[in-house]
Design a protein around this ligand. Sequence first.
Ligand SMILES: [Zn+2]
Ligand SMILES: [Zn+2]
Length: 175
Amino acid sequence: MAIDMRPILVGETKKIALDYDFSLTDSEFPFDTAIDGVVFEKPAHIDGEIVNMGGYIRLRAVVSVDYDAECARCLKPLKRSFKVEFERTVVNQGELVNTAEDDGDDYIEMVDGKLALDEAAAEQLMMEFPMKELCSEDCKGLCSKCGKDLNEGECGCPKKEIDPRLAILQKLLEK
Ligand SMILES: [Zn+2]
Ligand SMILES: [Zn+2]
């Protein structure tokens, strides 16, 4: 959804409230929203506001999404949610003046009075999205020999601690 900024630009209002869902998947974002092992079954959500601060316009929002993932060690399905805070100063396209203090990350551009908020919010979400999921910090994972979930108990495979470098050699010898 593109936010129509006119009411705030012409002084009709000082604040535009944001509270809506947007899809991370059926979109034409110029970046990838696919993450291995992660399924976005439900849309993401934006909650926040765009405020005329007197002299400049500030966007403040929280972007959140529920998703399905799997534990990186034991592959157990997980239901997770993730949210990021998203704050920007809204400027007109081309208006960005780079000064030494600005890293440019703090701005979002509107084009013809419209703000492509979904795209910017999705990008922020993807940038900070967790790289891997664990069902718990001390997940024991699966046995590399028999595949049993070691969180449910020992499997009985001989578990000699093998130096990982030796293990690679051993695999080669088995071939
Ligand atoms: Zn696990
Ligand atoms: Zn085993």
